[in-house]
Design a protein around this ligand. Structure first.
Ligand SMILES: Cc1cc2nc3c(=O)[nH]c(=O)nc-3n(C[C@H](O)[C@H](O)[C@H](O)COP(=O)(O)OP(=O)(O)OC[C@H]3O[C@@H](n4cnc5c(N)ncnc54)[C@H](O)[C@@H]3O)c2cc1C
Length: 471
């Protein structure tokens, strides 16, 4: 019997004082008893609205019923049938807008903590050993996947499970994309990503690292090497610049450079070391990446970390949970403030940032109130480090070296409903087609593109088997 009026079972959390000095995971997950109690709150709706909010359509209602009975392996089978990256999505998805945000109970009571329950199931199974894999009979066709982020990995996993021979080409030295080099381990411990990578490797996917398509090899080279189809999952990873004087001073860096140095140094990847910060640290922007940067700067020992954002708290794109965690850890927020100039400390390094106060005007193209500078409101904030977190543009190298590949006016690769690009045999998905979104959207795109590539290759094989007329 559902206990819908019971309050949500809270997930344990490391105390803020402890978190400030450690990259250990912030939110600690459920025990079996807690998970069963939270699952017992689910009223098992006839129409599971929670699933409407899930990009990969995990059978949430049914797996929660398994958890409530203590059948965690049964819950795992259901989750795995829909997702290649559930342990990761159970941690980093914006549930408050997706599954949990759609929970009917949320209208009157606390919604069921669907994300936390998914995470519990995967953590429980990880404790038992490697995830089991099931593969179909091998097929002769070869597929090249470009980019080892969530889109590429999800596509590669499904194609390999169908029996195709899959090789992933990745520019960086390790797999995972932003999950490995961007999202900090206090939000996403790398052992969770590694467990999914181990499963994908066990499915037979091969990896070729340090290979940038468009520079070391082209898409044409891949076809010339005998690949039957190519999937492009190369993300949107060119950091936007501030475009103000002083941006090239020592001590100004973008969030990718900063987070990659931390993540790769912690993973022992040669050539990377923890960034040295001079305080105060100013983080420009208020998305998830900015929260990751600010909270990482606290952990690296910066005495003062300040987020500067040109709109108000209501418009901040970051998840509420990340903002709350940052505040608990001592990050300061300066809202309705925009930098106009980075000032030299007299030694070619950052010394301060000149800012201007903003007010909100009419909505702009994004639908959010347009920030407008308040004349004469300039002021100076002392700074030793400035880390920009302003969003991302598309890389032009792959489209520039792939004849026949259409891009939109921002440089994103154009795809049809079946994830096919304008170039025969080339498919694409994830941030490179949508612009920066989420891990679960990339996971979904990878799965859908894998199904489309399978349909394409099967149709081609059928065509090749039909004898030519007159033979
Ligand atoms: C710091 C940060 C924090 C985030 N936090 C969250 C979060 O909490 N929750 C959430 O859902 N989303 C979050 N996101 C967004 C999410 O990570 C992305 O939407 C998602 O990773 C996109 O997946 P993708 O596979 O399309 O691209 P990516 O993850 O960017 O992967 C693309 C891969 O392709 C490789 N590549 C690029 N060009 C080439 C080339 N020419 N040849 C070979 N390889 C190439 C790249 O090196 C990379 O490994 C965050 C993003 C950032 C930057």
């Amino acid at each position: 019997m559902a206990n819908k009026t019971a309050p949500q079972v809270e997930m344990a959390k490391l105390p803020a004082e402890e978190r400030k000095h450690s990259f250990a995971e912030t939110h600690l997950g459920y025990t079996l008893e807690q998970a069963m109690a939270e699952a017992a709150r689910c009223i098992q709706c006839r129409h599971p609205y929670c699933e409407d909010g899930c990009p990969v359509k995990v059978p949430i209602r049914d797996h929660i019923a398994h958890i409530a009975r203590g059948d965690i392996e049964g819950a795992y089978e259901l989750i795995r049938s829909a997702s290649n990256l559930p342990g990761i999505c159970g941690r980093v998805c914006p549930w408050e807008e997706q599954c949990e945000g759609n929970c009917v109970l949320g209208k009157k009571y606390d919604p069921v903590k669907t994300g936390a329950l998914e995470r519990f199931v995967i953590d429980y199974m990880m404790e038992k050993g490697p995830f089991p894999v099931q593969k179909a009979e091998p097929k002769p066709q070869r597929v090249a996947v470009v980019g080892a982020g969530p889109a590429g990995l999800s596509c590669a996993a499904d194609l390999a499970a169908m029996g195709y021979q899959v090789t992933v080409y990745e520019a960086l030295p390790v797999a995972g994309g932003i999950m490995t080099y961007g999202i900090p381990s206090f939000d996403l411990p790398k052992r969770v990503v590694q467990a999914e990578l181990d499963r994908i490797q066990a499915l037979g996917v091969k990896f070729q690292f340090n290979t940038r398509i468009g520079r070391d090899l082209t898409v044409d080279d891949l076809f010339n090497q005998g690949y039957d189809a190519v999937f492009l999952g190369i993300g949107a990873n060119v950091p936007k610049r501030l475009g103000i004087p002083g941006e090239d001073l020592e001590g100004v860096m973008d969030s990718d450079t900063f987070l990659m140095a931390i993540n790769y140094a912690q993973q022992g990847i040669p050539g990377y070391e923890l960034p040295k910060l001079r305080s105060p640290v100013i983080v420009v922007g208020a998305g998830n990446t900015a929260m990751d940067v600010a909270r990482s700067a606290v952990r690296l020992g910066a005495e003062k970390v300040q987020v500067v954002y040109r709109r108000s708290e209501k418009e901040m794109p970051a998840r509420k949970e990340g903002v709350a965690d940052a505040k608990e850890e001592g990050v300061e927020f300066h809202l309705l403030v925009n930098p106009v100039r980075v000032l030299d400390d007299g030694h070619g390094r950052v010394g301060a940032v000149e800012c201007i106060r903003m007010e909100l005007g009419e909505p702009d193209a994004s639908g959010r109130a347009r920030p407008v500078p308040v004349p004469g409101s300039e002021f100076v904030m002392p700074a030793g480090t400035v880390i920009t977190s302003l969003g991302y543009d598309f890389d032009k190298v792959v489209p520039g070296t792939t004849p026949g590949l259409s891009v939109n006016k921002w440089g994103g690769i154009v795809i049809g409903d079946n994830y096919a690009t304008s170039r025969e045999g080339v498919f694409a998905g994830g941030d490179v087609t949508s612009g920066p979104l989420t891990v679960s959207a990339a996971n979904r795109d990878g799965k859908k593109a894998a199904a489309a590539i399978n349909a394409y290759l099967q149709a081609k094989a059928k065509q090749a088997a039909v004898p030519a007329a007159g033979n």
